[in-house]
Ligand binder design. Structure first.
Ligand code: BF8
Ligand code: SF4
Length: 646
């Protein structure tokens, strides 16, 4: 690394050398980043942070002052409990809607495949297609894949509507869990229905019972986890292939100085899959070579990156906070985006370089980007058009401004549940045995985003290290993947960083102690695995030594995920406080009261070392509950010093 990339002034923002290097260049060249904008927002609104501001109607905006002398009610009479609950419910609805609308796009693609109306998509996993059809009660004998695809897609469209009493995937949860949902009245009926009802209930003067509002918010989140997101995962596997373990690479070092670089950013694999296909087209490679490039290099950012990493081994340039920074390398010809988590700022950053930003979905346009309407019926053609644009832009690159600051780090990806069960010999029994005999104490899903309020990737990596060294298996999705991957925790050799029990299991199977399960919609793979373990043992999910964590979450989607994970019986620790602390009643419900309803709660703990202790204590309590060898939770002591997070 050249001295100009020392980036020493930026260690507070991130644990990563590639981030430091790019921030130094941004500073030298006067390019604004997310951290600069966060600084300009200080101090952020205290009422909004507590969740006690409301602008739902035009008698407002209102804010209530739960701990002071100010107003205790909004103009309509809503108190802090109602306002906090309504805001939280709307957050969950927005997150669930985002995942589920993504699922709808994949579902429409399956339908087009069924109608024979697309030039590129096909059923890649006929066995999975038929398994899903059987789950939906459809006869498949004597039918072609195309006919089954059409029938299944048509049937699944009903999941979004109002004819069902319960979503079919709810049947995958253990019986005991389904009974809890029925008893509490939160069994999700229709995906769109729950979302719309959440908006209705939170209109002024509809649901004014804060507990009732939150129960419906839970139902909405379950329509995501056991509905829209699960459908997105299952159908993406059906169309694009069920992931299997393979090696790839991560960090800004995956960009190539000698190739045309395209960044795939967003969430929907429909688009990224066709770009992958187009980039391998011999004609396009030849065109790239005629421009002096060795070929076309693709790299992912955010969850679309996770999708193509899982299925195609495409390397990852970075997670959420890297989206502007990858453009600052000066090596990116084109960033193609679909939707979600794409900062409007990327087009501004791109203006400082030769980078083109191409938006593709009509529901997600970006001023400053070129918009190419994505039509799945002509996917490959559009994919080629976009890749060609990138190639044509190669000669506009300024070689002196190309700064790729680090060497890439290897990581292993591709752990679908099918792949995990395959590695175990087709049954969860070996994993159950390892948990029973204590060599693996339990398993934790570390998920979610980056947030510039937290030192980038510190929350993910510290928590992961503390867990694996204590024999807790970690599974990751979303932006947590990039954090742990960059830290070298996702290669089989990282087993050496694990405790003796987990290390032995990983070495025997040749797997890392941190398994990549995919994108954020793929958190449903965690639900499926948890349900499989629970059903195998004949217990409910809440009895298992499992936990979830979102150490650096920022997005509404993460709140929806947290809600469905807790409602599925899995204790979840958040690293960033959600805006609920203006209502002590809501806080008490989320952190204590839910235990009696769903057998799991939320906790908030920004220090990852302390979060690891909370999780390990929880796991030991669950082990004791199952009669497994357990440590005394109180012997797992809290670290003395709090870790500096900023
Ligand atoms: O859906 S982890 S920053 S990229 S929201 Fe976004 Fe968060 Fe990343 Fe994926 Ni998930
Ligand atoms: Fe104010 Fe009530 Fe209107 Fe909210 S709904 S803005 S609290 S009057």
């Amino acid at each position: 690394m050249s001295p100009e990339f020392s980036g020493n002034g930026y260690k507070k923002q991130s644990i990563n050398k590639d981030t430091w290097a790019m921030l130094e260049i941004a500073h030298q060249e006067g390019i604004e980043t997310v951290w600069d904008r966060l600084a300009k927002q200080q101090p952020q609104c205290g009422y909004c942070s507590l969740g006690t501001s409301c602008r739902i109607c035009s008698m407002g905006p209102c804010r209530v002052d739960p701990f002071g002398e100010g107003p205790q009610k909004g103009v309509c009479g809503a108190d802090a409990d109602i306002i906090v609950a309504r805001n939280l419910a709307r957050t969950i609805a927005a997150g669930a809607a985002s995942h589920s609308d993504h699922g709808r796009d994949i579902l429409e693609t399956l339908y087009r495949v069924g109608e024979g109306k697309t030039d590129v998509y096909k059923v890649s996993e006929p066995a999975k297609l038929r398994r899903l059809a059987a789950e939906y009660g459809l006869a498949t004998d004597g039918k072609t894949d195309q006919q089954v695809a059409a029938a299944l897609a048509w049937e699944m469209m009903e999941d979004f509507g109002m004819r069902r009493e319960r979503l079919p995937f709810v049947g995958r949860a253990p019986k005991a869990r389904q009974e809890i949902w029925d008893k509490t009245g939160v069994t999700p009926r229709g995906i769109d229905r729950e979302n719309v009802e959440a908006l209705h209930r939170t209109h002024m003067g509809v649901d004014n019972d804060w507990v009732n509002i939150l129960l419906h918010a839970v139902r909405t989140s379950l329509s995501d986890g056991w509905g829209g997101s699960m459908l997105a995962t299952e159908l993406s596997d059906t169309l694009f292939g069920t992931p299997t373990p393979h090696m790839s690479q991560v960090n800004l070092g995956v960009l190539r100085a000698d190739m045309v670089n395209i960044i795939l950013h967003g969430h929907n694999p429909m688009l990224s899959e066709v770009i992958v296909a187009a980039s391998q087209d011999p004609e396009i490679i030849q065109l790239a070579q005629s421009k002096g490039a060795k070929g076309v290099n693709l790299a992912g950012v955010c969850c679309t990156g996770n999708e193509v990493l899982m299925r195609k081994g495409i390397p990852m340039a970075g997670n959420h906070l890297m989206q502007e920074l990858c453009i600052i390398t000066g090596a990116v010809e084109l960033m193609v985006v679909d939707y979600q988590c794409i900062m409007p700022a990327v087009t501004e950053t791109a203006r400082c370089f030769h980078t083109k930003v191409v938006s593709t979905f009509d529901k997600a346009k970006f001023p400053g980007a070129e918009h190419i309407h994505f039509d799945p019926e002509h996917g490959l053609e559009i994919g080629k058009q976009i890749v060609r644009m990138a190639v044509e832009n190669f000669n506009n690159r300024v070689p002196g401004r190309v700064r790729i600051p680090v060497e890439p780090v290897p990581l292993m990806s591709g752990f679908s549940i099918e792949a995990i069960l395959g590695a175990l010999g087709g049954t969860p029994q070996p994993l159950v045995d390892a948990i029973v005999n204590g060599s693996i104490r339990g398993a934790v899903g570390i998920v979610g985003c980056n947030n510039p309020k937290i030192k980038q990737d510190l929350g993910h990596t510290e928590l992961t290290k503390r867990l694996i060294e204590n024999d807790v298996l970690v599974v990751v999705t979303g932006c947590a993947t990039v954090a742990d991957g960059k830290a070298g925790l996702m290669v089989p050799a990282a087993a050496d960083l694990a405790g003796p029990g987990l290390r032995a299991v990983c070495k025997a199977l040749g797997i890392p102690p941190v398994l990549h399960l995919g994108s954020c919609v793929d958190n449903t793979r965690i639900l499926v695995l948890a349900a499989a373990l629970a059903n195998h043992l004949g217990v409910d999910i809440s009895a298992l030594p499992l936990a979830g964590a979102a150490p650096e979450w920022y997005s509404e989607k993460a709140v929806a995920i947290g809600a469905y994970v807790v409602a599925s019986g899995i204790y979840t620790v958040l690293g960033v406080a959600p805006p609920v602390f203006g209502s002590l009643n809501v806080v008490k419900l989320l952190t204590e009261g839910l235990e009696g309803v769903f057998g799991a709660t939320f906790a908030v703990e920004p220090d990852p070392n302390r979060a690891a202790v909370l999780i390990r204590r929880h796991i030991e309590r669950k082990r004791a509950g199952l009669g497994l060898s357990a440590l005394d939770p109180e012997t797992i002591s809290m670290p003395e010093a709090e870790l500096a997070l900023a």
